[in-house]
Design a protein around this ligand. Structure first.
Ligand code: N01
Length: 493
């Protein structure tokens, strides 16, 4: 096997697969998808908890270059999304490019060879002219730093590593966390468990999610007339753009979003005390909005209890809250989110002259247009710093990144050059970005996985999706230092 690749893509989830498809469509075939797991799918392979679904409509949570007329519902479940991903792998013949069981441990630029050296825990080192970091922000699960975590003798399950062998029937279940995952899991567990206690630290803003089944006639229409499907996607796109003014920016329209949330709560929860416990005390959008019509009704089932006392410690038989009550549990479900890398890098990355990206990002990650980082030539990030949408589909943003980086890769390969984004362009871009972030809901005073402990926002893009996509429409090579690729200076191996 050729161990010096034109492109190494790290991660075989949505971003890696999208990159692979676009590379192939540009005629670039010498690439590998380096995946630590044993199958494709990334977060949608890992998140198989009951009720797992996307809270963005499937028409928009899919690639425009791989439209799927067969989405069964407005919002699809995780199995269907994984099926879509697997279908892309087959339809675009990506399987030969996959290297499963390749757990990257180090990525290092070699100044002498102008190549990236990629090392693994159990595979020989590879070399690549280009690296695309597509490992995703939500890959590593996070167990909270709760006292006594190891003392609990019952079963522990994390939302993103579901144990499908565990039978919840007639069990006493505790769920910690009421974020996007928690609100999807609880309605499913109350259907089978004896009791479900939901431990909520911070109530979030929830908006209704109305999920319609797609009729066969609609699917047929989309198949026969793809432009109709494109139009439907555009309609969803602009629908989401229209809510950005209230969700992205801390503006008078944020009050309108909050009013919708309050009406939703009032319509679904009659008990004023429960309503009060579920009422957020931060601006809507600051944390990710919860799209659910099932969570509040589930909490009011006879076998479900909301616990809002802070957790003091886990005990052998359950969870003890600070007022001294011990809540017995057979199993604890941790819907406590992910270990999101905002101040380091998912794997050690060394650039020109041995510079270490984790050190440069120790105060918060920064990149140029979220895709390139100065000093790390021919390396591109998907879902890189400040590329998160608060109001639209991550895949819309990802598609823009992919098209941009594939253009840059194609340019560099065809002209035998190395592209390194200019430090001044990156600095100016980030100075402006951070100023704009001050006016957003995310920076309006709540804690979320979007911010570092110091409150630095390295995650979200402060604008419309149209602006994000627009800035990546074309690569401006003036933004990059372009140098000759000198393969002859390659050191002997
Ligand atoms: O994780 P989260 P998630 N004691 O970090 C609580 C994506 N996603 O897995 O808010 C008690 O949002 C924590 O409480 P608090 C999406 O991007 C997408 O739910 O920090 N509680 C919170 O309630 C999302 O943003 C879909 O006070 C503790 C919860 O655990 C991202 O994944 C579906 C605690 C963690 O919420 C993460 O969502 C699902 C402690 N010590 C997920 N520590 C789609 O539909 C944490 N918590 C696309």
């Amino acid at each position: 096997m050729n161990q010096t690749l034109n492109v190494a893509i790290i991660g075989g989830g949505f971003a890696g697969i999208g990159t692979a498809i676009r590379l192939k469509q540009k005629g670039i075939e010498d690439f590998a998808l380096l995946e630590r797991g044993t199958s494709a799918g990334g977060t949608w392979r890992d998140n198989t908890y009951p009720g797992a679904a996307c809270d963005i409509p499937s028409r928009l949570y899919s690639y425009s270059f791989a439209p799927n007329p067969d989405w069964s519902h407005t919002y699809s479940g995780s199995a269907e999304i994984l099926g879509y991903i697997e279908h892309m792998v087959e339809a675009f013949d990506l399987r030969p490019h996959f290297r499963f069981g390749h757990n990257v441990t180090d990525v290092r630029w070699n100044d002498a060879t102008s190549l990236w050296d990629i090392t693994f825990d159990a595979q020989p080192t590879m070399h690549a002219r280009t690296v695309v970091m597509a490992s995703g922000p939500l890959a590593n699960v996070s167990f909270p730093a709760i006292r006594g975590l190891d003392t609990f003798t019952g079963h522990k399950i994390h939302s993103a590593r579901w144990d499908h062998d565990y039978d919840f029937t007639d069990k006493k279940v505790a769920v910690i966390g009421t974020g996007a995952s928690g609100v999807q899991i609880v309605p499913e567990l109350v259907k089978v468990a004896k009791s479900v206690k939901v431990f909520q630290r911070t109530p979030g803003w929830a908006l209704p999610r109305v999920n319609f089944e797609t009729r066969q006639t609609t699917k047929d229409l989309y198949r026969r007339f793809p432009t109709v499907q494109t139009a439907a996607r555009k309609a969803w796109f602009w629908g989401h753009e229209s809510v950005a003014l209230g969700v992205v920016w801390n503006s008078p329209l944020t009050r309108v979003v909050e009013a919708v949330g309050k009406v939703h709560l009032r319509r679904q929860v009659a008990d004023p005390w429960l309503r009060r416990q579920l009422t957020p005390d931060f601006r809507a959008g600051c944390k990710r909005l919860l799209m659910t019509s099932e969570f509040y009704p589930a909490l009011q089932k006879d076998n479900c209890t909301l616990v809002t006392w802070p957790i003091a410690t886990l005990a052998p038989d359950g969870i003890r809250t600070v007022e001294g009550i011990e809540h017995q549990a057979d199993v604890i479900v941790f819907a406590t989110g992910f270990d999101v890398c905002k101040t380091g890098t998912p794997v050690p990355i060394r650039g020109r002259g041995g510079r270490v990206l984790a050190d440069e990002w120790s105060g918060g990650a920064k990149a140029y247009k979220s895709v390139s980082v100065a000093g790390y030539p021919n390396m591109y990030f998907t879902f890189g710093p400040n590329s998160g949408p608060g109001h639209s589909s991550a895949l819309v943003y990802m598609e823009a990144q992919i098209d941009y980086l594939v253009d840059a890769i194609s340019f560099a390969l065809s002209r035998d050059v190395v592209l390194d984004v200019r430090e001044d362009r990156q600095r100016d871009y980030n100075d402006d970005l951070q100023k704009r972030l001050q006016h957003t809901t995310w920076n309006s005073g709540c804690s979320s996985w979007y911010l570092t402990e110091d409150g630095f926002n390295a995650t979200m893009f402060p604008g419309f999706a149209t602006q994000y996509v627009g800035q990546l429409k074309a690569v401006d090579y003036d933004d990059y230092a372009v140098s000759e690729y000198r393969p002859l200076s390659r050191s002997p191996r």
